[in-house]
Design a binder for this molecule. Structure first.
Ligand code: HPA
Length: 264
């Protein structure tokens, strides 16, 4: 068992945790939805996200959501912070040791679809790993040859579309393209991403999904659209803008995610 898993069990007890939620830029307020919550700073958990990015939280939370025992990572570590695509591996391995079977990921993303603009959500149906880096490089076992068909669980996708429909929340499925960042895309890169069949672009999530699938986790992921991709609108893209706009998506995710967890 990882040292972090032992620390978490010592503080929060050893009742298995059923699902975990990773929160993207500007989405850390979703952690407020947990009842009876226990917060453990990442700094106390070996291998958990380090330095951090503004707009991201730095706490590991455990509590009740949708009637289930759930862990929330209020912030993540990105490839662009240091060039290590496997930075989230220790945290994900810890979740598995704590009993987690389902991983729900959120992020902020730029939309490539004029009909799905800022403030909306995009349910991730699949991804394109355009960063060209893979978190399993160096993994010495045959586990590295992960099958990525249906990596974004079709049943969970269907369920979340039903829930969104019932709540009157617009939810469109799409393909997420992972650019490493941290610079935003050029206008030409956005045109290319559209031609490649992507519906949104972002700087996270794909490496965690690859790791999670190797670890046998069931995955669901949703983008909060904070802006149109570079050149697709007159608004100026910035990290400040991302953090501000993410709040609108967060309000929708606050309703959607507990209902999805309840249905697990
Ligand atoms: N590009 C990449 N990542 C992002 C964007 C974007 O336009 N918006 C929010 N995260």
């Amino acid at each position: 068992m990882t040292k972090a898993a032992r620390t978490i069990r010592k503080i929060a007890g050893d009742t298995p945790i059923q699902a975990a939620l990773i929160l993207g830029s500007g989405l850390s307020a979703l952690g407020d939805e947990l009842r009876d919550r226990i917060a453990i700073p990442y700094s106390e958990l070996k291998g958990f996200p380090g330095g951090g990015v503004s707009g991201h939280g730095r706490d590991f939370l455990i509590g009740t959501l949708g009637g289930k025992r759930v862990a929330v990572l209020t912030g993540r570590e990105h490839y662009y912070e240091h060039g290590n695509a496997a930075a989230m591996r220790p945290a994900l391995e810890t979740l598995v040791e704590l009993g987690v079977q389902t991983l729900l990921l959120t992020n902020s993303a730029g939309s490539l679809d004029p009909e799905n603009g800022p403030g909306n959500l995009m349910l991730i149906a699949d991804h394109i790993n355009y960063a060209g880096m893979n978190p399993l490089i160096g993994e010495p076992t045959d586990r590295r040859f992960v099958n990525m068909v249906d990596a974004y669980d079709p049943k969970l996708r269907r369920k979340s579309l039903e829930i969104a429909h019932a709540f009157g929340i617009a939810l469109k499925e799409g393909v997420y393209l992972w650019y490493s960042g941290p610079s935003f895309e050029t206008v030409a890169e956005i045109r290319m991403a559209i031609r490649l069949g992507a519906n949104a672009v972002g700087m996270s999530t794909a490496p965690e999904v690859i790791l999670a699938r190797m670890l046998g986790l069931r995955v669901w992921a949703c983008s909060s659209i904070t802006n149109m991709g570079a050149g697709l609108s007159d608004e100026r893209i910035s990290h400040e803008h991302t953090k501000t706009m993410a709040v609108r998506g967060a309000e929708k995710l606050k309703r959607l995610i507990p209902a999805l967890v309840e249905a697990l």
